[in-house]
Design a protein around this ligand. Structure first.
Ligand code: OAD
Ligand code: ZN
Length: 258
């Protein structure tokens, strides 16, 4: 067990966070599927990430949707059901508490489409990959909430054409405004927390590379090393729901005060 090493990393990371809080210095967080794992939402690249034998890369693409829109929609309905049955966990809540003390010096960038950060109470959230609860018309591009009862194909409430999930697929650009806010937050940050991402999907992972190039102090929380670990000043090899509350407590903050 590398407990001693984690203890050192937590201590060092807590100091960085305490400094940011005291000086109201901008802090940016990037989260991935790992932060929702303890809520029971499967990650993409674990063995549980498969759905009926398909890898996400085979379903989350424009080509997959063109070929079989019903199957793609079914995958998204299944994911929405999993998320609806889940609750935010202590990791999500710790980030709410951090936002409460940093206020507009806090930005949360998430690759997750599950909406659990907002359900936990986070407000300054930038959804880089869209949201599981919205559909976008393939014809008029209008975006609308997906009805709770949706099962198969989803159609546009305005023009009746086929809608698609309002999420970013492989090979697609990120929403312009979200990307701009993300780059801006990273460029201004003094500290970046990277939580629960494998760091293999671009351009999101590039935000951590950008932070490193700008000299931002990077703290990573992940039970496994990731593609980004070499960029981190501190690596805390634990689950988010354990590490984040401990980190806040060590920084002198109340992890449940959000
Ligand atoms: P991945 O499934 O690639 O990676 C999940 C990461 O979470 C891994 O590094 C795990 O070690 C880590 N992890 C697992 N349990 C954890 C826990 N309890 N606490 C902290 N970390 C934990 O998910 P992402 O990196 O989010 O894109 O994947 C990036 C993108 O690929 C997703 O946003 C999605 C996917 O295709 C789109 O939908 C466009
Ligand atoms: Zn339409």
């Amino acid at each position: 067990m590398a407990k001693g090493k984690d203890e050192d990393a937590i201590h060092q990371a807590a100091e960085m966070i305490a400094l940011a809080v005291r000086g109201r210095k901008p802090l940016v967080v990037l989260t991935g599927a790992g932060i929702s794992a303890e809520s029971g939402v499967p990650t993409f690249r674990g063995p549980e990430g498969l759905w009926q034998g398909f890898r996400p890369e085979e379903l989350a693409t424009p080509a997959a949707f063109a070929r079989d829109p019903e199957r793609v929609w079914q995958w998204y309905h299944w994911r929405r059901q999993r998320v609806a049955a889940a609750e935010p966990n202590a990791g999500h809540r710790a980030l709410v508490a951090l936002e409460a003390v940093l206020d507009d010096a806090f930005t949360l960038l998430t690759q997750n489409v599950d909406g659990l950060h907002r359900r936990a109470g986070s407000q300054r959230v930038v959804e880089l990959h869209g949201n599981l609860y919205r559909a976008r018309c393939t014809r008029c591009q209008g975006s609308a909430a997906i009805p709770d009862t949706a099962e198969g194909l989803v159609f546009c409430p305005d023009c009746g054409s086929l809608s698609r999930p309002d999420v970013v697929w492989f090979g697609e650009r990120l929403p312009e405004q979200a990307w701009r806010r993300a780059v801006d937050a990273v460029e201004n940050a003094s500290v970046m927390l990277v939580v629960g991402t494998s760091g293999v999907v671009q351009p999101a992972a590039g935000l951590v590379e950008l932070a490193a190039a700008r000299g931002v102090s990077i703290v990573e929380v992940n039970p496994q090393r990731s593609a980004l670990t070499d960029l981190a000043r501190c690596f805390i090899g634990e689950k988010a729901g354990v590490a984040l509350p401990r980190l806040l407590a060590r920084a002198g903050l109340d992890p449940a005060s959000g």
